[in-house]
Design a protein around this ligand. Structure first.
Ligand SMILES: [Zn+2]
Length: 214
């Protein structure tokens, strides 16, 4: 299992996952410009099998259509609700517990609403998790943008992300942290993951506001 992390634009991360044995590749979140990802795939003589979109925001999905037009045998993969907002036909709809095979590699999907209603995370061969804008290094995704929902983000973090194995390497959708990736075990203590529920967070924020006003 090999994952290539590629910087796109100012701070987006795009990924190529590939199986060197079967020579198959997937692009995760091409962003505004998939040129570097496509160059990498062609330099390794790989066949692009999947274009996976973690969520519909344009900084992650814009170049999807151009790739599909140039490589029509590749299949676009997204969740049902976010896929419907891409403006292009989705070939494979995924949700919780679905698995796709990429050569010898297993891709397991988690539906992780919060940043958008149909955001997905991808577990790669039980070694890494690509988290899109659900989890960054040191933070979680915003919930105040189009489609965001704070309550859903908390339940995603607590019920799904926290229960994943510590050894997984987190590969986020943006380069917002002090390092480009990290183990999930080291990221779990982040304060955003500690709050047990939304009311707990609100009470904490109220305490801080009252403290600052007095
Ligand atoms: Zn986003």
């Amino acid at each position: 299992m090999v994952i290539k992390q590629i910087k796109v634009g100012l701070d987006n991360f795009s990924y190529v996952i590939y199986c060197p044995i079967e020579e198959k590749a997937a692009i995760v979140d091409p962003g505004y410009d998939a040129s570097k990802a496509l160059e990498f795939i062609s330099s390794k003589n790989l066949e692009l099998e999947y274009i996976i979109i973690t969520h519909y925001h344009s900084d992650h999905s814009s170049d999807c259509q151009r790739i599909k037009e140039s490589l029509p045998l590749s299949k676009i993969v997204a969740s049902e609700s976010d896929g419907a907002k891409l403006g292009i036909d989705v070939d494979i709809t995924v949700s919780d517990g679905n698995r796709l095979q990429l050569g010898d590699i297993c891709l397991d999907f988690l539906l992780t609403p919060g940043h958008t209603p149909g955001g997905i995370c991808i577990i790669v061969d039980n070694e890494a998790v690509l988290t899109g804008d659900t989890l960054f290094i040191g933070d979680c995704g915003r919930t105040d943008l189009s489609g965001g929902n704070l309550a859903q983000m908390f339940s995603t973090l607590h019920e799904k992300i926290m229960s994943l194995a510590d050894h997984l390497i987190v590969y986020p959708g943006h380069n917002y942290g002090s390092q480009p990736f990290d183990t999930l075990g080291k990221q779990k203590p982040n304060f955003m993951l500690y709050f047990k529920d939304v009311m707990h967070l609100i009470r904490k924020l109220l305490c801080v506001i009252i403290f600052l006003k007095t």
